[in-house]
Design a protein around this ligand. Sequence first.
Ligand SMILES: [Fe+2]
Length: 169
Amino acid sequence: MDKQTLINHLNGDLAGELGAIIQYLTYAAKASGPFRPQLSAFFLAEVADEQLHAQFLANKIVSLGGEPTTTPRPVPAARTNKEMLQAIYAAEKQATADYTQRAKEAEELGEGVLHGDREDDEEERLQPAHEDGELPVRGRRPHRGGPGREEPRPAPDGRERPESGRGEL
Ligand SMILES: [Fe+2]
């Protein structure tokens, strides 16, 4: 593992975050049915978080002497609400694995500033999409931001889902 390899891997992560912005934004537009308002609000709320993740990674790449990618990872096709939720769960799970790996790589290089809690956070709140299409976000905690954020975020937004605490859709 050398610095350029870490930069390349971080650029892969950045492509994922840029793709996530597009994914949440377009899925918000495509959400349908009686729960469209809740689904759209949920997806749109994620866009700002993903932007912060992308921002963190772009800054980190530049600080390592790299050039941040401007090419997003392709967004998986998804037609239905259920397919969108499943695609999002898969993407977040992938991000969790990637950041866990990246934290190890960064530490190896003495760049151990990539640890963070976003992975646990996102995976916890994005429990597997259930067969019945239930929105997998019960018990969601306020989002705490991207990997290894260097500055404390303003107070947790305390954002609640419209149907907060009431369970199934
Ligand atoms: Fe993200």
